[in-house]
Design a protein around this ligand. Sequence first.
Ligand code: IPD
Ligand code: CA
Ligand code: CA
Length: 264
Amino acid sequence: MLQSALMNVMVKAARRAGRNLKRDLGEIENLQVSLKGPANFVSLADKRAEEMLYDDLSKARPGYGFIGEEGGSREGSDKSHTWIVDPLDGTTNFLHGIPQFAISIGLQREGVLIAGLIYNPANDELYTAERGKGAFLNDQRLRVAGRRQMNECVIACGLPHIGRGDHELSRREMTAIQEKVAGLRRFGAASLDLAFVAAGRLDGYWERNLQAWDMAAGILMIREAGGTVSGIQGNDDPLKTGHIVCGNEAIHRELVKILKPLEA
Ligand code: IPD
Ligand code: CA
Ligand code: CA
């Protein structure tokens, strides 16, 4: 696969920050047993990863704006380009030594997603996509799954954390979906859930109350893999609502049909 100069920049930045996160994951195993636990350590690892990504990306593309989960928004002199970055998506997994977490980098030009990268340093899976050029897992071209029957599908969701979101609604959604599908999953890293849909591992996924950095890269990834992504209404923008539903066209439609009426 011939990689563009832009994607080269993104991959280099993600691999450098990823090497550190992987080292930190090893350290966490030692901290698990200590009384204080690894929470502070993880929060530092998270911030350090974002700084590294900011440094590398802004050195390679000076002036681009930067929205990161940890450091907030940093405006740049170039008003048409913005990086949207989650340096560590799946923090709870990471904190528990579960190797399902990722760096997620999206790039918008004039408000349109033009590039996305999702990288899990624990297993070295690198997902990349550029607008109009397809989506890839390492060197392999991605295509969403072709299943059209819900009872054959494996679907993932996200669950609101303690004290957040609407737990009652989330239980109603899970019950409704569970009754129709072959399997329901909760993996704990939204960016990888989206990447798994792009890769055809999952047939569909939905979650509420996400942030732009959880979704930006994954939305492009799924579209470039031939899938459909929207908010819960079926035709709204997940980056505006924070709610996301995706799959191939047929499964996306089925999921919207089930989830939309539950919202009221
Ligand atoms: C979280 C993960 C998780 C999702 C949460 C997100 P974080 O991101 O993506 O899967 O359910 O809502 O906030 O906090 O680990 O970066
Ligand atoms: Ca996140
Ligand atoms: Ca995060």
